[in-house]
Ligand binder design. Structure first.
Ligand code: BGC
Length: 350
């Protein structure tokens, strides 16, 4: 009899605790579905959070800041307990996040730091500066900059100026290339080196392509060689690659192109011999880190962070959980992307 009572109590407790869990609502705001990575980020977050028993409100904002703000307002109205935000314009969130703060809702900035507000509680991302240094070091290695005597020509294509990450990627790469730019071993024939001149609004492939069209017409149509284009990510690399192919650059003598994200289209370009490398940021890792952070927030225990110095958002240094980005190219993509189950072989070869 006692045993039956004990089991009944246990079942009731379990039911109560799972009801309590089911009531924890997590709003997940993603910037756009037009870029492959954010679809994966959103899907991973949703699946992991639901597995952990949370109710998830996942929204994509079509790269429209006003839409993202109104989605966040709705999440707050609908009783979100935690917000996870990959912002479009990191500096435009202050107003809606002040409301979240008033309501006591913790906010995790996802991949992109949210700027100019004290209402962001934590930041989870990959080491953005390291992404840039890996790209820069790759060019140092393949162009043999340390030993070469003659100069090489490169161009630079950066990310979106409203995304705090873009300057970190740029700075990481430029810091590695700086000695060679100063010595004249690396030349940028367009003269466009400053971040403002190389940035690509909304990380748009089309904008990156048309800028590259112009750079080619103005600087390379007379046969001046172009050895490499430093591209901050895959969407910009795609535009640059298209411009180069359209302008008649041959595969055998294609400039080295860097990238980031290992998007399917870009990995196919790596396999086809157009893009040279990318950076693998396993979105499964990032999503899992964020779920761990949310669980700690809900349980009221210490939230795991490993960087409390780097990410000043204009108001304060946001405690951050950094993961390491990984170099990817033709030699290791199968192991990184296929063997790990990130993509199927067919996705990359059809
Ligand atoms: C992300 C990159 C991505 C870019 C464009 C950045 O904030 O860190 O992985 O390529 O946005 O979406």
């Amino acid at each position: 009899m006692k045993k039956v009572l004990f089991v009944a109590v246990l079942i009731t407790l379990l039911a109560l605790s799972s009801t309590a869990m089911a009531q924890v609502r997590v709003g997940v705001a993603m910037p756009t579905q037009s870029l492959q990575r954010w679809n994966q980020d959103g899907a991973n977050m949703k699946a992991l959070l639901e597995d952990a028993g949370y109710v998830v409100d996942l929204q994509y904002a079509n790269n429209d800041t006003a839409l993202q703000v109104s989605q966040l307002e709705n999440m707050i109205l609908n009783g979100a307990d935690v917000l996870v935000i990959a912002s479009i314009d990191g500096s435009a969130m202050g107003g809606v996040l002040a409301v979240a703060k008033d309501e006591g809702i913790p906010v995790i900035a996802y991949d992109r730091l949210i700027m100019e507000t004290d209402a962001v509680s934590y930041y989870a991302t990959f080491d953005n500066y390291m992404v840039g240094t890996i790209q820069g070091q790759y060019l140092v290695d393949v162009l043999e900059l340390e030993t070469r005597q003659d100069s090489v020509n490169i161009e630079i294509t950066g990310g979106s100026p409203d995304d705090n990450n873009a300057r970190f990627f740029y700075q990481g790469a430029i810091d590695v290339l700086a000695p060679y730019l100063e010595s004249g071993i690396v030349v940028v024939p367009s003269g466009q080196v400053e971040f403002e001149t190389i940035a690509t609004l909304a990380w748009s492939s089309e904008r990156a392509q048309s800028r590259m069209d112009n750079l080619i017409a103005a600087n390379y149509s007379d046969g001046t060689p172009l050895h490499a284009v430093l591209c901050s990510n895959d969407s910009t690399a795609l535009g640059v690659t298209n411009a180069l192919i359209n302008a008649g650059f041959e595969k055998d003598d294609f400039p080295y192109i860097t990238g980031q994200d290992c998007d399917i289209a870009n990995t196919k370009n790596i396999i086809a011999g157009y893009q040279s490398m990318s950076i693998f940021k396993d979105t499964r890792t990032l999503a899992a880190n964020v779920v761990t952070m949310i669980e700690a927030i809900i349980a009221g225990t210490d939230v795991p962070v490993n960087d409390t110095e780097t990410y000043f958002n204009g108001v304060y240094v946001v405690p951050t959980y950094l993961s390491a980005p990984v170099f990817a190219d033709i030699n290791n993509y199968e192991e990184l992307l296929i063997d790990s189950g990130y993509y199927t072989w067919e996705q990359l070869h059809n």
